[in-house]
Design a protein around this ligand. Structure first.
Ligand SMILES: *Cc1c(COP(=O)(O)O)cnc(C)c1O
Length: 462
């Protein structure tokens, strides 16, 4: 036996480094709900300790893990706490985190049923749960991917396969050169990952037929061009800035009549369907053909957890198919036929555990809670002279503007430097805005009050 093999067996037997890692993890949790949300200047500077050349020899495991905790932990952004309002990043449901901890030891490859029966089983179970939760057609299948970027890519690949197949063109065999031209229609507020998928799939951004959006970022139904069976129409459940939802019912009905394919980017917004009081926002999504949604945003699963759903199983499986003489097909489900990747970690474990823990009532309570917090946050900010909330807070997103672009930008900087909370900026209707995303189950009224005070103090400096 080689020396390194000896050492690794010893590590596995003693469990010392796993216990150390767990101890550091617990210390991290203890601090996370009450710390500076963004790393201090010192913590960022200290990251230079990682600038080393490739190690010549094997190291000491305890030292490696302790280095990671000493310099890594302080340089994280505390997203699991309640005062991170940047981007649309959720916290983490404890049961999901614990399940991930167990699955780390399993280290499963979820590509095929024969490689990981447990992963296949959980994928089948969660697929049914999600179809039920979102009220989608019973035939709908799901692929468990890294995020909505990958989910939208997969959904649009399925659309491309199906539409071209109807035109007697096999995209897999014959490619895009000389293929019949498809049409891509989407709103001017489409998320940039939709545009990325359009580029990757060879449609070309210059070929997009852009539809005007209203002051909340919703597609103006009357401005949608005449659709046909060669069209892929991409809608949005949850505008990344304002949180607004397209009018699915009306638009999907038109699309169905014309046999256009509808894909919905519902990265964070699709979860509104899980709340009785918010479900009206997603009315009509069941009429679409493919959907992209994240577990790691609104549902608060650990990163990375995205889901593509498609009512046309043959289209998505054909678009993402792969073969090889060594492939052993499972009797029920081989996950790789629903995702762009082959090997994947078993992210389904956390998604399954999170949904099993919350149940329908827990999801409703948590998601409505995010909305209620956003409404309260917006009310409190709007009361302060110098801040103005610009959007209808229909879900979890708030857009705030100060006197002018300059003050808005400087205020964002001050808030970020203060570190009580973290918010980013965006451009909305050609003006700079502060962008608040309420996405963590851990946010309390006190967190919001502290953050509102940070807003106030940051503005008063002018
Ligand atoms: C976050 C987001 C995406 C991208 O999702 P990832 O999980 O980061 O790949 C796409 N669309 C919308 C509306 C989003 O909020």
């Amino acid at each position: 036996m080689s020396k390194i093999q000896d050492t690794m067996f010893a590590e596995m037997q003693s469990k010392k480094i796993f216990k150390e890692a767990q101890k550091y993890g617990y210390q991290y949790i203890n601090k996370s709900f009450n710390r500076n949300v963004y790393p201090t200047k010192k913590a960022l500077k200290d990251l230079n300790v990682f600038d080393e050349t490739l190690p010549e020899h094997n190291g000491d495991s305890s030292t490696i893990i302790s280095l990671l905790h000493k310099y890594g932990s302080p340089a994280t952004v505390s997203q699991i706490g309640g005062r991170y309002f940047g981007f649309v990043n959720g916290s983490v449901v404890p049961t999901g985190l614990a399940a991930k901890n167990l699955a780390i030891f399993w280290d499963q490859n979820t590509a095929m049923q024969v490689i990981s029966p447990i992963s296949s089983k959980l994928e089948m179970v969660v697929e049914k749960w999600l179809v039920n939760l979102f009220d989608l057609p019973k035939r709908t299948v799901a692929g468990f991917v890294s995020g909505t970027s990958a989910a939208t890519f997969a959904g649009l690949a399925a659309a491309r396969y199906r539409i071209l197949k109807r035109l007697n063109w096999d995209i897999n065999e014959d490619g895009l050169f000389n293929a019949p031209k498809l049409r891509i229609v989407t709103g001017k507020q489409a998320h940039s990952t939709v545009l990325k998928a359009i580029s990757l799939l060879g449609f070309g951004k210059n070929n997009i037929e852009w539809v005007n959006t209203d002051n909340q970022g919703r597609i103006i139904v009357e401005d949608i061009p005449e659709l046909d069976s060669k069209t892929i129409l991409i809608l949005q459940a949850g505008n990344v800035n304002s949180g607004s939802f397209d009018n699915f019912e009306k638009i999907c009905e038109i699309a169905q009549q014309k046999k256009a394919w509808v894909h919905i980017d519902g990265a964070f917004g699709l979860w509104a369907a899980a709340s009785k009081n918010l479900k009206h926002l997603t009315k009509g999504i069941n009429l679409a053909n493919s959907w992209a949604v994240d577990g790691h945003k609104t549902l608060n699963t650990p990163y990375d957890s995205g889901i593509v759903m498609c009512e046309d199983k043959e289209a998505i499986v054909s678009a993402l198919h792969m073969t090889g003489s060594y492939i052993i097909l499972g009797e029920e489900r081989d996950g790789m036929f629903y995702t762009p990747e082959m090997s994947r970690r078993s992210r389904i474990v956390e998604l399954w555990a999170t949904i099993k823990y919350l149940g329908k009532s827990g999801m409703d309570e948590m998601i409505l809670g995010l909305h209620n917090n956003a409404v309260y946050f917006a009310q409190e900010i709007d009361k302060i002279e110098g801040f103005k909330v610009l959007n209808n807070v229909v879900f979890n997103q708030i857009l705030v503007r100060c006197k002018n672009d300059k003050v808005t930008e400087e205020t964002i900087k001050k808030i970020q430097e203060d570190r009580t909370c973290w918010v980013g900026g965006a451009t909305w209707d050609t003006k700079k805005v502060i962008r608040i995303s309420v996405c963590s189950w851990a946010t309390t009224k006190k967190d919001i009050d502290l953050s509102v005070t940070a807003f106030k103090n940051s503005l008063n400096k002018y």
